[in-house]
Design a protein around this ligand. Structure first.
Ligand code: SF4
Length: 294
């Protein structure tokens, strides 16, 4: 384990990030804490290229939490477009409302208050505290977990779910200085996205190769539990996406017939529709008439 104070390893990551960081919309100097929160929720399950245009439109339309909270949650679902996992749009709307109502419209900067917002979990709270406010916390997304697992643990891939040991290791290796810690965290994340990728890590281009235990061990194969690739075609998730797209693209409520037209399997379609109603992504607007939430 490297020392927690600033070390050559930290410097290698911070310098590499300064030289290689991508220009992304949420890294512009004008980015606010609200923008960071929006981007982090969008990026959780959706790739950068798909998030960027939706993010841009979103922050133009709703530059502050109060702007979003002033509109019905259905507008958030509509603007979410095809990012997938649309419950995130409702969570963002609920968080914006709580920020307006309980925090004077300002995104909180401490972990506990961030975590108390609806739908904001451990990861998102840490990401906002670090990337928006420059605080010193471990930020453990998929990319960071993979890089630290290889670098410090010698593991090809991290465990399916985050472990307490992993979290403790990430905290132990944080630089002591707040600003360096923030740069280290974002640098690790970028390294995982661009160099230390899941399938084909480019160790020859890696700034931390000389410290990497997995590389030193000859890159042994992953031996943990089987990891299933998530299928999409034909799933309830695809069916939900089709049904929601009909509602998003309509100016107002739609008749059930319009939903039945986009998915043939009646059992699956009804199950997906029930799920959307249960999740609050769709509401009943009459007898066999459906709408986005008001
Ligand atoms: S040396 Fe290879 S495995 Fe190790 S951190 Fe760099 S890219 Fe990842």
């Amino acid at each position: 384990m490297v020392a927690p104070s600033s070390s050559p390893l930290h410097t290698a990551v911070v310098d590499w990030f300064a030289a290689h960081a991508r220009e992304l919309p949420w890294r512009r100097p004008s980015t606010t804490a609200w923008h960071v929160l929006v981007s982090e929720i969008m990026l959780q399950q959706t790739p950068v290229e798909r998030v960027a245009p939706v993010y841009d439109a979103w922050v133009r339309r709703w530059p502050t939490p109060a702007d979003l909270a002033a509109e019905p949650s259905g507008e958030a679902v509509r603007a979410w477009g095809r990012l997938g996992y649309p419950r995130r749009a409702l969570r963002l709307h609920a968080a914006a409302t709580a920020i307006r109502d309980h925090h004077d419209g300002v995104v909180p900067d401490d972990l506990d208050t961030l975590r108390s917002l609806p739908g904001i979990g451990e990861y998102t709270a840490a990401a906002v505290a670090v990337f928006a406010y420059g605080h010193r916390h471990a930020v453990l997304d998929t990319n960071v977990r993979r890089v630290l697992g290889r670098l410090l643990g010698g593991d090809a891939l991290p465990a399916p779910a985050i472990t307490a040991g992993e979290r403790a290791r990430a905290v132990a290796v944080l630089p002591e200085d707040e600003a360096t810690a923030a740069q280290w965290s974002i640098g690790l994340m970028e390294l995982g996205a661009l160099v230390c990728t899941a399938r084909s890590p480019r160790c020859g281009d890696c700034p931390v190769r000389t410290w990497c235990r997995w590389h030193e061990a000859g890159r042994p194969a992953y031996e943990g539990p089987a990891r299933r690739a998530q299928a999409y075609a034909g799933t309830d998730r695809q069916c939900r996406g089709r049904l929601l797209a009909v509602l998003r693209e309509s100016e107002g409520p739609v008749a059930g017939g319009a939903l039945r037209a986009v998915w043939d399997d009646a059992t699956q379609r009804e199950r997906a529709l029930d799920g959307l109603l249960d999740d609050g992504l769709v509401v009943l607007a009459g007898d066999d008439v459906y709408a986005l939430p008001g």
